[in-house]
Ligand binder design. Sequence first.
Ligand code: DQQ
Length: 537
Amino acid sequence: MAAGLPLAACIVAFHLCLLLSPSTALRRLSEAESSVARHGVGIRPAYHFLPAKNWQNDPNGPMYHNGVYHLFYQYNPLGATWGAGNLSWGHSISRDLVNWAALDTALDPTAPFDNNGCWSGSATILPGSIPALMYTGRIDAGKEVQVQNIAFPKNPADPFLHEWVKPAYNPVIRLPIDVPGDKFRDPTTAWVGGDGLWRIAVAAKVGGPSGIASTLIYRSKDFRRWKRNALPLYMSHTADMVECPDLFPVAEPGVEEGRLGYTSEMASGVLRHVLKLSVMETTQDYYAVGRYDDVVDTFVPEMDDERNVDDCRTWRRLDYGHMYASKTFFDARKNRRVLWAWANESDSKDDDIAKGWSGVQTFPRKVWLDKDGKQLRQWPIEEIETLRSKQVIYWLEAQVNAGGVNKIVGAGAQVDVEAIFEIPSLEEAETFEPNWLLDPQKLCEEKRASMPGGVGPFGLLVMASDDLREHTAIFFRVFRHNHNYKVLMCTDLTRLINPWWRALEEGGGHASRHECTLSMRKTTTARCLCSITGPAS
Ligand code: DQQ
């Protein structure tokens, strides 16, 4: 892989650390891979979590329990494609959220109440330190019926919780009469309200096929018998179907994050919550910061003017690009909230079958409320840095207004990049138009990597061929906004030739037509951390 720098803006110094080498544990799993063994090329990601083979999608039931992190995930044991009826819960464990060991699947579609798939759900740690998994069972009853089930560890004293049992009294929540059979799923982690009752939220479309996208609340005293609230936590008349809801508390600016606790702990100072929804029609995750009332169990988003409470598709995006069905958990080891999400890639079905796997989990990220009190901030957990073994530092001094590319040699197929750009003058920065905030991705599409601007684009070309015909641009632009500046970060994948096709020597020439904004920051210093996986060079 060659990496370079398009110097199209007024940067005078450029500092780049390339930090190489994936986790040995992950690599060990990878090497067992059929695809790598078959083709002898190291094209599997090694920084990101993925099972040894086959399809994975949503992260399920992440938790920290008795000194061990657990990650479950939607997994098709039978192949590299989705396969709705085959879906199981894959299960891996870790001491540090970085090095993972794979266990047998925790839940398989074997019971009458889940015979057509064990779909997404969450973990809750019950009093007595007993973890419980709540998940959607998909029943083939002539037509699809979704229900909510529960499972417990077979041996709660087993430190790794290898085996899980599904009580025969499942389902614990049946399909409501006003919800279509295929629109009732994805229970959240449970929490306790002021009345001492458990609550969970479940995504549903209420009122028939053209009903209302809702997040229903169920309450229970014993975690077995659940009763639906009359009012949903939230509903949208504009979105079609929402999935994988996630409700969690956020610390007000100035309140120590460690006091946040689990969703059930309404620590003083925790006055606000975040509701995250995955919207099926856009396959994107959106969130709002707002007020959750635990007497009536409703969530009222606090909106900026240009966003719409009812249309959750106008809410803030959790991220851009290929990222969906995210889920957080409270990490009691480090007193932080950690987010996982499915990176649903862009390979075709045929490519997935050929390579033998599909889907990665994003890095686990720490999330917290920004000091503006309106948006979340997030950053890969610090443990990720332990994957870095060889550090390569570049200082590039250049007068860059003329544009150009500096080639960095010696980068590997797996790198973390930290780049610092020093911009001596922001005089030329263009004015930011407020409505751009609603869709920064569109802004990236309109102002492509090749389009000159006031300050920017500047950035990195990664996964680049020597002649630069093939590359992925990660680029920045600085805008003037209300006596301050905003930095727009974009990736441009339009010149990407899939490394998998390349590895197969199919001649290349394909281009994935996708472009996205990765983040919008308010500072004049863009700190970016990119993890890049490519074919072994
Ligand atoms: N994926 C699961 C569903 C969920 C969807 C099935 C979101 O439970 O709604 O694999 O990606």
